[in-house]
Design a protein around this ligand. Structure first.
Ligand SMILES: Cc1ncc(COP(=O)(O)O)c(C=O)c1O
Length: 366
């Protein structure tokens, strides 16, 4: 019997995770917190992967054999002009994005529960990650993506042996097609949005930053937010560190949306619940989510850190991408959008603050 439980975000009812049920009766599945520890003297002797925080992961040691070496990405200064503005180079992950953190844990759990096959839906990067870890684990994988997804992402998903289902229309229509197939075929829904285990992987982003800053939290995080798998993961991770008593304060979180698809920023600004918006078309395809299922959870997390949500102006994305490239970082437009938004917001951040921005995805996929 697994010691790890989910609960319904609305009713609070507790559930034992299983292969069939991807949604509770009323709200969304959320991870029930469990005891975590961060024994620094043991952690530093382990392999340089995200699995080194094993006392804070919902997994038994055996399952980590699916690792592709993910995690412990460099945390370095962007340039010498601002030594306390740091970037976390998650685009150096095995499949080229931070999504590997979540997929590694989610597919390890799928293996643990005995899933013969999975279904995932994605704007590209999450699907690639799920496909790679399924290949590593010999689990059959079906990935649903919008037919507009970039060619290189599609090629990578296929290369890992996943069956690709191209869905015409919006990202939301892709999700609906995947959900329909999940219901019809009774297959495990390896959803980075709905399954809390995914966030148990992305939370290692926080653990690594803590270790790399010599066991301290930064003041501020600049993170892209579409469905919020990194933002919520970072929030959960820093909460774990605080709960364990190894940090005193959770960093302020600044979430970045595209100005052409900003349901969370709009709700945050207007102090309302998140409602669906039309994606007006942005180069930042990774954050173009018209209706993020965990939108209200994201707002609550950001508010709890005294953070905010800002937008990336579309006409500044290319220039931001060039600027990053000229500094040596080859990243995808979604990451450039994050940097563009930060540059407009920068004057609101004190020079003394330690700031970490995530470089989420590689430019090689575009
Ligand atoms: C490169 C990149 N950055 C950021 C994001 C946004 O992540 P999320 O939708 O979980 O907030 C994605 C999502 O696919 C992505 O691929």
């Amino acid at each position: 019997m697994s010691p790890y439980k989910f609960y319904d975000s609305v009713s609070g009812e507790e559930y034992t995770p299983d292969l069939r049920q991807w949604k509770p009766k009323a709200g969304l599945f959320t991870m029930k917190s469990y005891p975590v520890e961060f024994p620094a003297e043991r952690i530093i002797k382990r392999q340089a992967t995200m699995w080194r925080y094993e006392e804070a992961l919902p997994i038994t040691k055996e399952e980590s054999s699916i690792s592709l070496g993910e995690g412990m990405t460099p945390l370095i200064m962007l340039d010498h002009e601002k030594p306390n503005f740091l970037v976390k180079m998650d685009y150096l992950m095995p499949t080229g994005s931070f999504k590997d953190r979540g997929a590694a844990i989610l597919i390890a759990k799928a293996k643990e529960m005995g899933a013969p096959s999975v279904i995932a839906d994605s704007s590209g990067n999450a699907g690639t990650s799920i496909a790679a870890y399924c290949a590593r684990t010999n689990i059959e994988c079906h990935v649903y993506t919008p037919s507009s997804t970039s060619e290189k992402k599609l090629a990578q998903i296929k290369a890992h042996g996943a069956q690709l289902h191209l869905i015409p229309g919006t990202r939301e229509e892709t999700t609906n097609a995947a959900k329909e197939a999940v219901e019809k075929e009774g297959v495990f829904y390896a959803s980075h949005v709905y399954n809390p285990y995914f966030y148990e992987g992305t939370k290692t982003f926080a653990f690594e930053i803590w270790e790399q800053l010599n066991f301290a939290a930064p003041d501020t995080l600049i993170l892209p937010v579409g469905n919020g798998t990194l933002l919520l993961g970072a929030y959960i991770g820093f909460n774990d560190l605080k709960r364990a008593g190894v940090i005193q304060k959770i960093p302020k979180i600044i979430g970045v949306q595209s100005e052409y698809c900003a349901p969370i920023e709009t709700a945050f600004r207007e102090d309302t619940s998140v409602s669906s918006v039309e994606n007006k078309g942005t180069k930042a395809e990774g954050i173009a989510i018209g209706y993020p299922a965990r939108g209200n959870q994201i707002i609550e997390a950001v508010k709890n850190t005294n953070g905010t949500i800002i937008t990336a102006p579309e006409n500044q994305i290319d220039r931001a991408k060039k600027n990053l490239e000229r500094k040596g970082f080859y990243v995808e437009p979604t990451t450039a959008a994050t940097y563009a938004a930060y540059k407009n917001y920068e004057e609101n951040i004190a020079n003394t603050e330690t700031v970490v921005m995530s470089l989420c995805g590689t430019g090689l996929k575009k």
